[in-house]
Design a protein around this ligand. Structure first.
Ligand SMILES: [Zn+2]
Ligand SMILES: [Zn+2]
Length: 333
């Protein structure tokens, strides 16, 4: 085996260490809760059964969304974003950056691409050799361009992006609820052990520790969850929160925001029955996104919208009093 190949395998194996850690903690919490708390400590049968039922429901939802986040392959751009053979050869032959941009511009005319680099150039990935769709970024860990990339998360050893962002938010939600269920049901026994109302048994260590670990995890997870719910409400990815996407008229951190309810629907879908389930229900294909109409004269927008009774096309909306259209409809050749 070539040394660089062995090194790569080693790195890949090491990437699973945080996932293994989470699974060990969850495995131990299961033992501590079910065996040490419910079997050995709780004297009452009705209480024991109700705790076990609630605990298993939240555990199942948590594990389901966690493994969906881990197991969803990051979605990459379609072949339409790769340079056609002739243009690719031209691009590679050309040494002048301006001429390379001309080649890219020619190809990008036929694509729904509305964001550019800070310098106004077409966003091109040299590693993947493709024009990056809006909100797509190259992940150096996954070694690919990822659609609507949010961040690469070591705790799930996967890229969080278009294909699994909903699962990721649900994973944080159910992880927080799992910790709350543990804390809320364990606290009375925690106090009893702490104040010596219950005898010192081997369960004492597990139950005291279980409460501390669940409370600690809850504090860290809930702060991350609040941040991501705020991002969903604003229709921003973590990357965009740090660096606003650049449109033809300049950077606009709210460029993709369509108002709270539509922003939520973009991630969770428009059917309420799927919102809390880790099944795919996000809107769109991850390649193009509806954006705010930033460059229209308000008078002109109003007259167009009135003529067409609010909606000019299925991709046009009024949100928070701001007229918006789909950029995919606006690509002038
Ligand atoms: Zn790439
Ligand atoms: Zn990645």
């Amino acid at each position: 085996m070539a040394p660089h190949h062995a090194l790569r395998c080693c790195k890949r194996a090491l990437n699973w260490v945080p996932v293994l850690f989470i699974n060990l903690v969850v495995g131990w919490s299961y033992y501590a809760y079910v065996v040490e708390l419910c079997v050995y400590t709780i004297p009452n049968n009705a209480e024991r059964i109700s705790y076990l039922v609630i605990f298993h429901i939240f555990l199942m939802m948590f594990v389901w969304s966690y493994w969906k986040t881990i197991g969803s392959k990051p979605a990459g751009p379609s072949k339409a974003f790769c340079l056609p053979r002739a243009e690719k050869e031209l691009y590679e032959r050309e040494e002048r950056a301006e001429m390379q941009q001309e080649v890219l511009k020619k190809v990008a005319r036929n694509l729904p691409v509305y964001t550019c680099t800070a310098g106004g150039a077409i966003r091109y990935c040299d590693q993947c050799q493709l024009i990056k769709p809006d909100r797509c970024h190259h992940c150096s860990t996954c070694e690919m361009c990822v659609l609507k990339m949010d961040h690469h998360c070591p705790w799930v050893n996967n890229c969080v992006g278009f294909s699994n962002y909903k699962y990721f938010v649900l994973f944080l939600t159910y992880a927080s609820l799992y910790c709350i269920v543990i804390c809320a049901t364990v606290i009375q026994y925690f106090i009893k052990f702490w104040t010596k109302q219950l005898a010192d048994t081997h369960a004492k260590f597990h139950i005291l520790f279980l409460f501390f670990v669940a409370a600690l995890f809850f504090i860290s997870i809930v702060s991350l969850l609040s941040y991501h719910l705020w991002l969903v409400g604003k229709n921003r990815t973590t990357i965009e929160a740090f660096r606003a996407p650049v449109f033809t008229n300049g950077p606009d951190k709210n460029g993709f925001s369509l108002g709270l309810s539509r922003n939520m629907a973009e991630v969770f879908g428009d059917q309420a029955k799927y919102w809390m389930l880790p099944v795919f229900s996000s809107q769109g294909d991850g390649h193009s996104f509806v954006t705010r109409l930033v460059h229209i004269d308000p008078e002109q927008a109003n007259s167009v919208l009135q003529q067409n009774e609010v909606c000019i096309s299925p991709d046009c909306f009024i949100s928070d009093g701001v007229p918006i259209v789909s950029v995919t409809m606006e690509n002038d050749p």
